[in-house]
Ligand binder design. Structure first.
Ligand code: CUA
Length: 381
């Protein structure tokens, strides 16, 4: 008695192929602006120039192998009534040598441009180089311009057509343990990925051929909000860039403190909320754009187009919601981490909520206060 094994439904195969094709096609959407196949600067172009020939070599090899597999599978498939054993042989020296040498040759050919490109990309940039330091934090990027003495966050402003050496570090005095976890700096249209490793300084060179906004993101898992750790590079005409630097070097548009020395105090009731009641100034600088702080430097917050590691557009509504309850907009490890009088530093990561799970005895923010703080921050152009 023969037992019939159930045949898989005929439509399953084609449906899987069609479905995955559509799914993969979505990755190449024109407007995702993180397409390394559309390079906008010399480093990304070098990578693209390497990728394209290697891709076509792989296509040729893939087509040849798959065709051979199909041909042999069909040609020598089982046929009812024909039960011949294949001719028994023991190895074939020409074949063995052939399929060892051919792949080795292909790899050797591919290795030449690959090694050249790797060394080329690892070279220190020369010429009129702008130096920037990017500090990877949980979960945002701090950008420091040492020559210009400017610190900003999440939006790296650069002059177009000029090489920018980005030193990459995960360590910084403003971090509780001096070093953060591993991150990876990646702006696909400008350069390849480069790891940001605690304890050492890497660098990458980016350059944008023309002014524009280039999106990037952290490309190494770094904790809860890794997927939300975005950034953008904003390339400007050189004269616009110089103007931007001047504006960043200036003091805050609305002075935060009045008085000097021991008489120094917040300038108004909103500043009182920020400095005393909710102590935002523990983690953020609002009046000095030259200092690095645990949270983003906010002295010129309103000059940026986004906030929250580039995740949200900077609008009054979003910013108010953020001030009120940041972990409600982006997952962060702040719930309960400030409980029981334990020191928050080192245990709390990211921006706390001021309206939910606040530590016992601490004030809970009202929406009106959040609006007031957000209004003030939006004046900091
Ligand atoms: Cu930072 Cu992933």
């Amino acid at each position: 008695m023969t037992q019939q094994t159930p045949r898989p439904r005929r439509w399953v195969g084609p449906a899987v192929v069609l479905g995955s094709t559509l799914l993969l096609a979505a990755c190449s959407a024109e407007n995702n602006r993180q397409n390394s196949l559309k390079p906008e600067g010399p480093a990304a172009e070098k990578i693209d120039n390497l990728f394209i020939p290697v891709f076509w070599i792989s296509v040729v090899v893939g087509v040849l192998v798959l065709t051979a597999v199909l041909v042999f599978a069909l040609r020598f498939r089982y046929r009812a009534g024909r039960n011949e054993n294949p001719k028994q042989i023991h190895g074939s020296t020409p074949l063995e040598i052939g399929w060892t040498i051919v792949p080795a040759l292909i790899l050797a050919v591919v290795a030449v441009p690959t090694v050249i490109t790797i060394f080329d990309l690892a070279k220190e940039p020369s010429g009129n180089v702008l130096n920037v330091t990017a500090v990877g934090k949980q979960w945002w990027w701090e950008f420091k311009y040492p020559r210009q003495d400017v610190v900003t966050a999440n939006e790296l402003v650069i002059p177009a057509g000029r090489p920018v050496k980005v030193s990459l570090t995960a360590c910084d005095e403003s971090l509780p343990d001096k070093c953060n976890v591993i991150h990876s700096f990646w702006v696909p249209q400008l350069a390849g990925k480069r790891d940001v490793v605690p304890g050492r300084t890497n660098f990458t060179t980016i350059e944008a051929d023309k002014p524009g906004t280039y999106l990037g993101q952290c490309a190494e898992y770094c904790g809860l909000s890794h997927a939300n750790m975005r950034m953008r590079v904003i390339a400007m005409e050189p004269s616009e860039f110089d103007q931007w630097v001047d504006e960043q070097q200036a003091g805050p548009a609305v002075p935060f403190q009045v008085g000097t020395g021991a008489d120094q105090r917040p300038a108004g009731p909103t500043q009182e909320l920020i400095a005393t009641k909710y102590q935002c100034t523990n983690c953020h600088s609002l009046s000095d754009s030259t200092v690095s702080s645990y949270g983003p430097n906010l002295t010129h917050l309103a000059s940026r187009t986004t906030f929250a590691s580039g995740y949200y557009e900077l609008t009054p509504e979003r910013l108010t919601e953020w001030v009120y309850n940041a972990p409600g907009l982006i997952p962060m490890e702040s719930a309960h981490c400030r409980d029981e009088g334990e020191p928050a530093i080192g245990r709390c990561v990211g921006m706390p909520s001021f309206s939910r799970d606040t530590p016992p005895g601490q004030p809970t923010m009202t929406r009106q206060e959040a609006e007031q703080i957000s209004d003030y921050l939006l004046q900091l152009t």
